[in-house]
Every structure is written in structure tokens, then in C-alpha cells.
Design a protein around this ligand. Structure first.
Ligand SMILES: Nc1nc2c(ncn2[C@@H]2O[C@H](COP(=O)(O)OP(=O)(O)OP(=O)(O)O)[C@@H](O)[C@H]2O)c(=O)[nH]1
Ligand SMILES: [Mg+2]
Length: 347
């Protein structure tokens, strides 16, 4: 399933929606008062039901989204609240249609059309006002979800590390995306994807900085980065600032590196700010002077090359492609276990 949060429609507030429906109804005509009233009610009904259906059907089935998108939507907007809000829209739609049907019957049955319309408009307004919070929530959710990048098939390099170590500076230097760069930590709050030309197009992901702490203590911004590491990365570039001018100790950064390595993916650990120090026990680069950048790119190419080889010789590329996005990473052991269990099923 293709997930395109950018295509989610803007959601009107209750007042805006009522204005739209009543304005449309005010333009209809009829051969007589009775017919005009029925046409008005039908117009309100159509505008509202078309609108509710448009909003509800624009949302995907969240349970069948690839893991990355499902968890990302949950972090940025909250899937259960989205579902409840969409449920409220369906409820309102049902209520409105009942009010309209009854009112049309009343007009056709000879009740004064003006009285019926006034009463119907009042009841409809009250129903729609009741879901104003949900309409506003869905619009806010849409705004937040639009910031979730969509990924193409192909290799993904995720750039990670402590806050303020120089992740965005590196991504800006080697790819098409130009994330904000600043002297303070937690500048990057979203996930940004840029395209770098290495051997072909490679997606390079700039992530928010993460601290070395247990997953349950991570905030929503850090959890965005963790999702990228878990679900998207074919290779992780882990940037360490050995000068500690990022504001965090080298030990804390190394401890985080160990946690990131435990995900079982290829990790390239490098030093940033090579213009400021002489540590060379790891490859060092400077986004300021360009020193060492080519070497880091070569290391990425090599890691991706090895990873492609490993995937095609162990699991095949099929599962990775089928999900539309990387599934949870499978280690070599998982692949072997899968292969032997599928053999067991065949025999
Ligand atoms: N001297 C020097 N400064 C650098 C280098 N790379 C980044 N900086 C500076 O370090 C600061 C942080 O850089 P960013 O690229 O925003 O760091 P980040 O890791 O993306 O930070 P967060 O998004 O907050 O996690 C900025 O002031 C950069 O100009 C470098 O190689 N050398
Ligand atoms: Mg950044």
C-alpha cells in the first residue's frame, strides 16, 4: 500500500463545514416552496455526506501500513485518536442523514417547509458542533503527518548520533536536502530524506539527535530517529563528535553507539569536526572544510554493497520489496530459520 500523507485533505471546522453546506443549499431552486425545501435538504445532505466520505476514505487502513509508517503516524498523531475521530465523523454523517430523511418526509407530508427547514438546520448544526474537536484534531493530524517523508525503493542510509554532532551538516553536504543547521542541540525535529548520488541514487536520512537512554524514556522526537534506524536503514552512519563541543561526553556517545550496533545492521562510526581535532582512530571528516567526506562516502558505498550481497544471497530481496518499505531487520540467523521453516512446510 502506498502511503501518501501529503494527499490527505484539509479538514474544515464545524462552522466552516456548516457554512459550506448551508451556502450550497441557499442556491438551489424548485418549482414551488415544497420542492425547493426538499431540494435544499438534499443539497445539505449531499454536501455533508460527500465531505465526510472524502475525509474518511482519504485515511489508509493504519493496521496494514508498513511498520515504519504505522509507528510514525502513531508517534506524530496517534492512531487510536485518528480512528475515534473518524468514527465520530461517521456517527455525525448517520445522524445528519436521519434528520434530513425525516425532514423531507415531513415536508412531503404537508408540514410548513420553513418550519421544517429551520428545525432541521438547528439539529444539523448541533450535531456538527459536537464533532468540532474531532474535525480540528484531524486537521492537525494531517498537518503533522504531512511531515512524514515517503521513501522510494532502494538503498537507505540513516545518519544518527547524539544531538548537535553535525548530522545535518553532513547530510546537507552530500545530498539534495538542506536541513536546518544550528549551534544548539535538537535542531532537527523531523526526519528528512535527501538523495545522494553514490553508485546510483541513495536515500540519505537526517534524523533528530538521540540520547543514550532506555527506549521508554525517549521523547517523541527521538523515537522518530529510532524508527528510521529500526525499519529503514540498510546502513547506519553514526557520527561522533570527539571534541564534545556538541555538549555531550564521548563516553555517552560511545555507549549510544553500542546500542545502535545492537540493532544488528551495518554501522559506520565516524568522527565529525575533523577541522577541530587530531583523533584518527576512527575515520574523521569535516563538513566545514570537506576533509574526509570522500572517505566516508566510500565507506557507505562499501557497506551498501556488502549489504546488498548479503540480502540477495541470504533472504532474497523479495520481502524487502513486498512490504513497500523495509520490514523489521532480519539477521542472518532469522533468514536461516525462515528458510528451514519454509522447507519444513514444503516437505
Ligand atoms: N567546526 C565544525 N563545525 C561543524 C561541523 N559540522 C557541524 N558543525 C557545526 O555544529 C553545529 C551543529 O551542526 P548540525 O549539523 O546542526 O548538528 P546536528 O547533529 O544535525 O544537530 P541536531 O539536529 O540538533 O541533532 C552547527 O553549528 C554546525 O555549523 C564540522 O565538521 N566542523
Ligand atoms: Mg540536525
Amino acid at each position: 500500500m502506498k502511503f501518501e500523507p501529503r494527499k490527505l485533505p484539509t479538514v474544515l471546522t464545524a462552522d466552516e463545514l456548516l457554512n459550506k453546506a448551508f451556502k450550497r443549499a441557499s442556491k438551489v431552486s424548485g418549482r414551488n416552496k415544497k420542492e425547493k425545501a426538499v431540494n435544499k435538504l438534499a443539497a445539505v445532505s449531499n454536501v455533508l455526506s460527500d465531505y465526510f466520505n472524502k475525509i474518511v476514505s482519504a485515511h489508509p487502513s493504519y493496521s496494514s501500513l508498513p511498520d515504519f509508517y504505522r509507528e510514525m503516524v502513531d508517534i506524530v498523531a496517534g492512531i487510536s485518536t485518528i480512528r475515534k475521530s473518524l468514527g465520530a465523523l461517521k456517527w455525525a454523517n448517520g445522524m445528519v442523514q436521519r434528520i434530513i430523511n425525516r425532514s423531507i418526509r415531513q415536508v412531503k407530508g404537508g408540514k410548513d417547509p420553513d418550519v421544517v427547514i429551520r428545525a432541521a438546520y438547528g439539529r444539523i448544526a448541533s450535531v456538527i458542533e459536537q464533532i468540532d474537536d474531532e474535525l480540528r484534531f484531524l486537521n492537525e493530524a494531517k498537518r503533522k503527518m504531512q511531515k512524514i517523508p515517503t521513501f522510494e525503493e532502494g538503498d537507505v542510509v540513516v545518519v544518527a548520533g547524539y544531538p548537535n554532532v553535525g548530522k545535518s551538516s553532513f547530510v546537507a553536504r552530500v545530498s539534495t536536502v538542506k536541513p536546518e543547521i544550528a549551534t544548539y542541540p535538537f535542531t532537527t525535529k523531523e526526519v528528512y530524506v535527501g538523495i545522494a548520488r553514490l553508485d546510483g541514487r541513495v536515500q540519505i536520512v537526517d534524523t533528530p539527535g538521540i540520547l543514550d537512554r532506555p527506549i521508554h524514556r525517549r521523547n517523541a522526537i527521538e523515537r522518530r530517529a529510532v524508527l528510521c534506524l529500526r525499519y529503514l536503514a540498510d546502513c547506519i552512519l553514526f557520527i561522533i563528535d570527539p571534541t564534545e563541543s556538541c555538549g555531550y561526553s564521548i563516553n555517552a556517545q560511545l555507549s549510544l553507539l553500542e546500542e545502535v550496533k545492537s540493532l544488528g545492521k551495518p554501522v559506520i562510526a565516524v568522527y565529525s569536526r575533523a577541522d577541530m581535532h587530531d583523533f584518527r582512530d576512527l575515520p574523521a571528516f569535516s563538513s566545514l572544510t570537506g576533509e574526509g567526506i570522500e572517505k566516508v562516502i566510500d565507506l557507505i558505498k562499501e557497506a551498501l554493497y556488502k549489504q546488498r550481497d548479503k540480502i540477495s544471497s541470504n533472504c532474497g530481496d523479495v520481502e524487502k520489496r513486498q512490504s513497500g518499505l523495509r520490514p523489521s531487520y532480519k539477521s542472518e540467523e532469522d533468514c536461516k530459520a525462515n528458510q528451514s521453516s519454509s522447507k519444513a512446510h514444503q516437505s
